[in-house]
Design a protein around this ligand. Structure first.
Ligand SMILES: CC(C)(COP(=O)(O)OP(=O)(O)OC[C@H]1O[C@@H](n2cnc3c(N)ncnc32)[C@H](O)[C@@H]1OP(=O)(O)O)[C@@H](O)C(=O)NCCC(=O)NCCS
Length: 172
């Protein structure tokens, strides 16, 4: 199976809404159940330049995963950082889509945007996500107690980050 990563386009709104409508996607993120197609159409229509949204496509260019990398060009002291959020459609999880999205985001961050700190928040009991992030070089920096309300109760989250040293200059 080939997984192609490309920029999310405005026309992807129905696919993105479908990804985030899945019970597992709702459980793992801060999205609410019953996402609105219209809200996603508006959100994708004019994305901020500081947000790099990537989509994972499988057969027939079907979008089954989405990753957002938020940067902070207007905040001088946070220009080195990027925040990541992602979700894979429920029926496509565990097939390498998340790993492909994260690999592309890290390449973008390291080699094109020159970000040195990538960070994300993840529910502490979301073991598949935590494992994926650890495999990609993220470490747990701390626990955010009762971070989010999920299915009737508060759930803790980890803040995780991946730090990269500055690239040596040419010739050094
Ligand atoms: C977390 C998520 C993005 C991972 O994407 P995915 O496509 O399912 O993951 P992949 O198939 O690429 O697997 C990558 C790695 O994740 C870990 N992983 C994935 N599924 C796993 C599972 N069921 N149990 C344990 N580890 C798992 C493994 O380390 C795996 O690497 P391996 O196959 O070499 O062992 C996806 O499951 C998802 O969207 N979940 C719901 C929404 C969510 O939780 N988003 C994250 C918010 S922080």
């Amino acid at each position: 199976m080939t997984i192609k990563i490309r920029r999310t386009e405005p026309g992807d709104y129905e696919a993105v809404q479908r990804i985030l409508a899945g019970p597992k996607a709702v459980w793992g993120t801060l999205q609410l159940p019953f996402p609105s197609v219209e809200q996603w159409r508006k959100r994708l229509a004019e994305p901020a330049e500081s947000l790099f949204s990537l989509s994972a496509c499988v057969e027939n260019d079907e979008v089954v995963g989405q990753l957002g990398l938020q940067t902070f060009p207007d905040r001088p002291r946070r220009r080195h950082a990027g925040q990541i959020g992602m979700a894979v459609r429920d029926d496509w999880q565990g097939k390498g889509v998340g790993a492909a999205l994260m690999k592309a985001a890290i390449d973008l961050a390291d080699n094109w945007l020159n970000l040195t700190r990538l960070e994300l928040e993840v529910f502490a009991d979301n073991t598949s996500a935590v494992r994926l992030y650890e495999k990609c070089g993220f470490t747990i920096e701390g626990t955010l107690a009762s971070y989010g309300f999920r299915d009737g109760q508060y759930a803790d989250a980890y803040i995780m980050a991946r730090l990269r040293g500055p690239k040596p200059s040419a010739g050094s």
